[in-house]
Ligand binder design. Structure first.
Ligand code: ASP
Ligand code: MG
Length: 432
C-alpha cells in the first residue's frame, strides 16, 4: 500500500543533509512511496525577499538575491555530484533563468499572483536536486510536477484545493511499483496551469492531500524533532514527548498556535482514517508520535501553547450601549476582512475583548475601522498561554505572581493573557 513521506527544508538544507536523506530512504524499499519535499533550508524566505526587490525596482538587490540562489543551489549540486554535476547543474541553471524571466513578466501584476509564479521555484529547485541525487545513489525516482496533480482555485498565496479535479488527476496517475515518486510540497496550479501556493509551511498539507487522494496507508512527516511534545521543548524545560494523540486533539493544538504541523493537514487524513506519524530524520530508530482517530490518550498530559507578540483590543460602544450580537457580528466581520485570527475572544455586556497577533499591516486598518463607532483600548507586547486539559494546581502555578490581563476557560481549555515582560524566558510546567 502507498505511503507518503514529507521532508521539510531543514532535512535538505545542504549537500550533507541530502546525502543523509538518501541514506534514510534506502531503509524504506517498499513501493509505492511518494516523497513530498519543501524548498531547501530558508529558500522560501529568500524568494520572498527577491520578490520584494523585484517589485520595488531594487535592481541591485534583485540581481544579488538571484545570484545567491543560483550559487547556493549550484554549490549543493557540485558537492553532491562532483564531476557528474553537469546535467543537474544545467537543470538548475534553466530553472533560475525561467525564474528571472517570470519576474520580468509578472512584475506589473498583482503581488499575490506574482508571488505564486515565482516563489514556487524553491520546491522546483529542491526536488530537481533531491530526485537526481537519489537516482545517483541507487534509488530510482520519478519526478512529478505537483502543479499537474494538485489543482486549486486562483486564490493566490492561499489557494483552495479543487478536491474533485485533484482526486481525478491523482486517480489517473500510475504510481508503479518500482520508482520512488518525488514531488513538491506547498505548490499547485489552477485548471489553466497557473502556479499557486497553499500558504507558508503548506508542505505538510500537500502530503495530506496526496495521502487522502491516493488512499495511503500512512503519512509520515519527518522533522528535526523526535515527535510531538506537550509544549515547545525550546521554551519549556520539562516538556514531554507524546507517543499518541487523536486527530481532534492535534487540530486543537494546531489551532491554538502549536507550531507542530500545518493546521490544514489533519482533516484530509481524518476523513480517510489515515494515521499520521511525526518522527525525526535525525534519530530514525525512534518511533515518533502517532496521530489517529483514537481519543483515549488525549487528556493524559496537559498541553501548553505559547503565542507571543499578541495585542489586546478592548472594544466598547461609544454610547454606553450593549455589546450585543449585532455589534459582535459587525466587529467580527471587520476581523475577517482584516485577515486576523483571534486567539481569545471574551465579552461582557458592554465590552468585547479580542486577543490578536500583532500584525501591524493588518491591525492598523482594523483599529481604524473600529474607532469610527467604538472606543478602542489597545495593549501590545502580550503573551497568550493556552493550556489544554489543565489541573487547577497547574493553572495556579502558571498565574502565580503574574497579572492576568484576560482569561477564558471551558471544560478542556484555559487561556491566560500576560504581559510579555512578566513572562520567563524559559517556562516550567508546574507539578509535572
Ligand atoms: N517552502 C515553504 C515554506 O517555507 C513550504 C513549506 O516549507 O512547507 O513555507
Ligand atoms: Mg519550510
Amino acid at each position: 500500500m502507498t505511503q507518503v513521506f514529507k521532508f521539510g527544508g531543514a532535512s535538505i538544507q545542504d549537500a550533507a543533509a541530502i546525502r543523509r536523506l538518501g541514506e534514510l530512504l534506502a531503509r524504506f524499499p517498499a513501493r509505492p512511496l511518494v516523497v513530498v519535499v519543501s524548498a531547501m533550508g530558508k529558500t522560501t524566505n529568500a524568494l520572498e525577499a527577491l520578490l520584494d526587490a523585484a517589485r520595488e525596482g531594487e535592481t541591485h538587490d534583485y540581481r544579488d538575491g538571484l545570484e545567491r540562489l543560483r550559487r547556493e543551489h549550484l554549490a549543493t549540486v557540485e558537492t553532491l555530484f562532483g564531476a557528474k554535476a553537469g546535467p543537474v547543474a544545467e537543470r538548475v541553471e534553466a530553472l533560475i533563468t525561467e525564474l528571472d524571466g517570470r519576474h520580468r513578466r509578472h512584475a506589473g501584476r498583482e503581488r499575490a499572483f506574482h508571488y505564486d509564479q515565482t516563489v514556487c521555484f524553491g520546491e522546483l529547485l529542491s526536488t530537481t536536486i533531491v530526485s537526481a541525487w537519489l537516482d545517483e545513489s541507487g534509488i530510482a525516482t520519478r519526478w512529478l510536477d505537483a502543479r499537474d496533480l494538485i489543482i486549486t482555485d486562483a486564490c493566490h498565496q492561499a489557494a483552495n484545493i479543487d478536491w474533485h479535479t485533484t482526486a481525478q488527476r491523482l486517480g489517473e496517475l500510475d504510481l508503479g511499483n518500482e520508482k520512488l515518486l518525488v514531488t513538491q510540497g506547498f505548490i499547485g496550479s489552477t485548471q489553466d496551469g497557473l502556479s499557486t501556493t497553499l500558504g507558508r509551511e503548506g508542505s505538510d498539507f500537500s502530503a495530506a492531500i496526496l495521502a487522502h487522494c491516493l488512499d495511503a496507508e500512512k503519512a509520515t512527516i519527518w522533522k528535526d524533532v523526535p515527535g510531538l511534545f506537550n509544549a515547545d521543548p525550546r521554551r519549556f524545560d520539562n516538556a514531554v514527548q507524546l507517543a499518541h494523540l487523536s486527530y481532534a486533539e492535534a487540530v486543537e493544538l494546531a489551532w491554538h498556535g502549536a507550531k507542530v504541523i500545518h493546521p490544514k493537514t489533519l482533516a484530509p487524513l481524518q476523513r480517510k482514517s489515515i494515521p499520521l506519524v511525526v518522527r525525526s530524520f535525525e534519530t530514525v530508530d525512534t518511533a515518533g508520535s502517532l496521530i489517529d482517530g483514537d481519543t483515549r490518550d488525549d487528556g493524559e498530559h496537559p498541553y501548553c501553547i505559547l503565542s507571543e507578540g499578541q495585542t489586546l483590543l478592548e472594544i466598547r460602544p461609544r454610547d454606553f450601549d450593549f455589546m450585543d450580537e449585532a455589534r459582535q457580528h459587525e466587529i467580527l466581520g471587520h476581523l475577517v476582512k482584516a485577515g486576523l485570527h483571534a486567539g481569545l475572544i471574551d465579552n461582557t455586556a458592554m465590552r468585547l475583548m479580542l486577543c490578536l497577533d500583532s500584525h501591524p499591516a493588518r491591525l492598523e486598518p482594523l483599529v481604524q475601522s473600529l474607532v469610527v463607532d467604538y472606543e478602542v483600548v489597545r495593549q501590545d507586547d502580550l503573551t497568550l498561554l493556552t493550556v489544554r486539559h489543565p489541573s487547577a494546581s497547574l493553572l495556579a502555578g502558571f498565574s502565580e505572581g503574574r497579572e492576568i490581563l484576560a482569561e477564558r476557560r471551558n471544560a478542556t481549555t484555559a487561556q491566560y493573557l500576560f504581559r510579555t515582560e512578566a513572562c520567563p524566558e524559559t517556562w516550567h510546567i508546574p507539578g509535572q
